[in-house]
Ligand binder design. Structure first.
Ligand code: FCB
Length: 465
């Protein structure tokens, strides 16, 4: 192992896993009654994704899931985090379940259980039924209610076999990349609309947890996954410091304060009062949003070094919720991944310690995504050697242990991702997998990091020599 980190074993019940998401891997977008999602629409519109890539075929996991489960089994992880495509279950976003769509996830779950792998199910990883978008999408409270209905349908069908239930993956991206910067589906640049979406995503989360708890069968656990960043000012300049506070609001506090702390973030009125009256909030929403959670999923990739940079559109009517005069400028000395994201593993420990210090009733944490894209190639022997990915994961696993040693209750680590896949607006150009996918013939080739991850997990088991 390449580790510079002190080798310590993890507790016996620490969960090791690997993550994926429906639209990024499944393909088969017209099969078995699946409806259209906002990502189908967005990726098919010119100019939205690199090279015009879309998820029509992706890694063809829908047809190859047995092969993929065999890869998961070979990897030796105990848990597999995947998402259910809402438009497979409710093609129009409402009404009874489409049984053929549900059946795919029944087969997947059975295959996982048969392989001794625990399913970790996410209900929403960004693929909103297009029909709901046409009625306002997350800007509308109705979508939150539809989401709770959908959650109850899936839970009813699978809770006899699935224990771990995540409502949303990264509502920050759905609200602010989808509706403020426009980088993600549905690709809008709005002020009030994006803030309303952030709110309704959280309301949807609260309603879904309530609906699933009400029909709880056994030991199910309910949580949410947030992508959080260690946000810091790029310098001691007061302008950079306040820019960092605004970015922290946008990336972290807009979600962590209501969901974990039961408060609205103190800075929100100051930053957003010109673009929104927050009229979408109903009196009991805070209590609804702050459901008791069995776990918090944290997705972590990189820190944000923030500089004051006037980006705000002067006319509030045209300003997006992400126009906050703050820019992320990572220090030049930090290495970068193929995404251009700075690599600074210690930022993970800082982030986890901060969560522990700021939120008194913090649920147990699972790192539900961490990983990196690098320029992987098949070498002349047919192997894919990816030492940078190994180093990246190794360092973040080490930092996870540091956070645990500092008293943060972290109970699991999931690597993003099992397979190279459709990396949203970057298309297939960015490879995050432990397994390489050859997009010419969809062959799967485990990378060196796959074997390393397997051996690393084994070595960390309490009973390992
Ligand atoms: C996260 C997403 C995931 C993947 C990784 C790289 O924000 O949840 O789908 O794209 O980033």
């Amino acid at each position: 192992m390449s580790s510079d980190y002190e080798f310590r074993k993890f507790p016996e019940n620490f969960k090791w896993g690997v993550s994926t998401a429906a639209y990024q891997i499944e393909g088969a977008v017209h099969e078995d009654g699946r409806g259209q999602s906002i990502w189908d629409t967005f990726s098919h519109a010119p100019g939205n994704t690199a090279r015009g890539d879309n998820g029509d075929v992706a890694t063809d996991h829908y047809h190859r899931f047995r092969e993929d489960v065999a890869l998961i089994r070979g990897l030796g992880v105990g848990s597999y985090r995947f998402s259910v495509a809402w438009p497979r279950i409710q093609p129009e976003g409402h009404g009874p379940a489409n049984l053929r769509g549900l059946d795919f996830y029944q087969r997947l779950v059975d295959e996982l259980l048969g392989a001794g792998v625990e399913p970790w199910l996410t209900l929403y990883h960004w693929d909103l039924p297009q029909a709901l978008e046409e009625r306002g999408g997350w800007r509308s409270r109705d979508t939150a209610e539809r989401f709770a209905d959908y959650a109850a349908l899936v839970h009813d069908a699978l809770s006899d076999r699935v224990t771990w239930w995540t409502t949303l993956n990264e509502p920050y991206c759905s609200a602010f990349l989808g509706l403020a910067t426009g980088e993600h589906a549905p690709g809008a640049r709005e002020g009030h609309g994006a803030l309303a979406a952030a709110h309704h995503l959280m309301v949807g989360h609260g309603l879904a947890v309530q609906a699933m708890r009400a029909q709880r069968r056994g030991e199910e656990k309910f949580g949410i996954t947030l992508n959080l960043s260690d946000v810091r000012p790029a310098s001691a300049d007061p302008a950079d410091r306040s820019a960092a506070e605004r970015l922290d609001l946008l990336q972290n506090r807009a979600f962590t304060d209501p969901i974990l702390g039961g408060t609205w973030p103190s800075l929100e009125r100051q930053v957003w009062s010109e673009i929104s009256d927050f009229g979408f909030r109903a009196p009991d929403d805070l209590a609804l949003i702050r459901q008791p959670l069995d776990f918090l999923g944290v997705n972590f990739y990189c820190p944000s070094y923030t500089k004051f940079a006037p980006t705000a559109e002067p006319d509030p009517e045209f300003r997006s919720a992400a126009d906050i005069d703050a820019q992320n400028v990572p220090p030049a000395e930090l290495p970068r991944t193929a995404m251009g994201w700075p690599v600074e593993p210690s930022a993970l420990t800082r982030l986890l310690c901060r969560l522990k210090d700021e939120y008194r009733e913090l649920p147990p944490i699972y790192i539900t995504e961490n990983g990196a894209a690098f320029r992987d190639v098949i070498d002349s022997t047919g192997a894919v050697l990816d030492p940078e990915r190994i180093e990246f994961i190794d360092a973040h696993v080490g930092e996870t242990q540091d956070a645990m040693a500092k008293g943060v209750d972290v109970r699991g680590y999931f690597c993003w991702s099992l397979l190279d896949n459709f990396e949203w607006s970057y298309g297939y150009a960015k490879r995050f997998g432990l397994v390489y996918v050859d997009y010419d013939d969809l062959r799967r080739i485990p990378k060196a990091s796959y074997y390393w991850y397997r051996d690393m997990m084994r070595a960390h088991r309490p009973d390992a020599p």
